[in-house]
Design a protein around this ligand. Structure first.
Ligand code: PEP
Ligand code: MN
Length: 337
């Protein structure tokens, strides 16, 4: 961390700053130029609050040099983290495909969809039991009943289950779930992240609607700091000025996350675009960008869906997409599953 001192700052204020920093255990490297004076702080500055330093009269500005995320940083852990979900490996170079409806609606709907995505080659099943909806009057999910139906679908198809949690008070219901999803709207629900740090299950952490890549990594750091080292990062599009797509898919984030962190990276072209015709080109691009996993919405009858009907693929369209995903995976020498 580097502190740029204000020109003409009082000597006693600078001396007080030096003394405080040393008392907090840091060693200092100072550089006094003709116009600017700097103090370099050496040591683990992750607990140091920049704004508290900047609040001092003698300080012009403070800049972090080291990244604030430590445990999820590839510099600290050069090898890829590989997560095992019922024998399926995430992060070892293979490709995992999560598919299923936006929401779990009925037993017939989830079972029919689960059978169809399994047949097409999906390796995990998704379905929302707890739904974060913009309107309080929209379908909110079947909650505990939805979780039961997902477990029934797993029993029949063998597909591991991925489903979203919205509050830590619901954790007991997720005991048999294979991967717990944290949705975009909860990426910075720090109380939930802390609770998930104590859980011994993989967490699929989706990027917040307006969150930076660094903020996503810091949220993963929360889960790690609590003791859970199984986190999958997920790019699902961000809010920009563009209105033609539901969100703006940040494909570069996928490649950058793989460089910055050792964690597996998932990408969700369904919520990122909201447009059926874009799901295939974006899926293929995301695989090329290095995604370890894709999460794609598929519904047995999208025209009757209780949420996100317009972006969910039919089983036939998903089967066609899987054909092209398989060809791309083969071209890149990557196994599916
Ligand atoms: C979802 O995957 O069901 C979902 C709500 O996605 P997101 O949190 O990315 O909006
Ligand atoms: Mn959805």
């Amino acid at each position: 961390m580097i502190i740029l001192l204000r020109r003409g700052a009082a000597k006693k204020d600078i001396e007080q700053l030096r003394e405080d920093l040393k008392a907090w255990g840091f060693s200092l490297h100072e550089s006094t130029g003709t116009t600017e004076s700097l103090i370099g702080i050496v040591g683990d500055t992750s607990t140091l609050d920049i704004s508290t330093i900047e609040a001092r009269d003698c300080v012009e500005t403070v800049k972090r040099i080291a990244e604030p995320y430590k445990k999820v940083n590839r510099k600290m852990h050069p090898e890829n983290t590989v997560i095992d979900v019922r024998g399926r490996k995430i992060g070892n170079g293979s490709l995992q495909i999560i598919a299923g409806p936006c929401s779990v609606e009925t037993e017939e709907q989830i079972l029919t969809t689960a059978r169809a995505v399994k047949e097409a080659g999906a390796t995990m099943l998704r379905g929302g039991a707890f739904k974060p909806r913009t309107s309080p009057y929209a379908f909110q999910g079947l909650e505990a009943e939805g979780i039961k139906l997902l477990l029934k679908a797993r029993e029949e198809t063998g597909l591991p289950i991925v489903t979203e949690i919205m509050g830590e008070e619901d954790l007991p219901l997720f005991e048999d779930i294979d991967v717990i999803q944290v949705g975009a709207r909860n990426m910075q629900n720090f109380k939930l992240l802390k609770a998930l740090g104590k859980v011994k299950k993989p967490i699929l952490l989706k990027r917040g609607l307006s969150s930076t890549i660094e903020e996503l990594l810091m949220s993963a750091e929360y889960i790690f700091a609590g003791g859970n080292n199984e986190v999958i990062l997920c790019e699902r599009g961000i809010r920009t000025f563009e209105t033609m797509t539901r969100n703006t898919l940040d494909i570069s984030a996928v490649s950058l996350l793989k460089q910055k962190s050792h964690l597996p990276v998932c990408a969700d072209p369904s919520h990122a675009t909201g447009i059926l015709s874009l799901i295939e080109p974006m899926s293929l691009s995301l695989i090329v960008a290095g995604a370890d996993m894709l999460e794609i919405e598929v519904h047995c009858t999208p025209t009757r869906a209780l949420s996100d009907g317009s972006q969910q693929l039919t089983p036939d369209a998903f089967t066609e997409l899987m054909g092209n995903i398989k060809r791309m995976a083969e071209f890149l020498g990557r196994d599916i599953g």
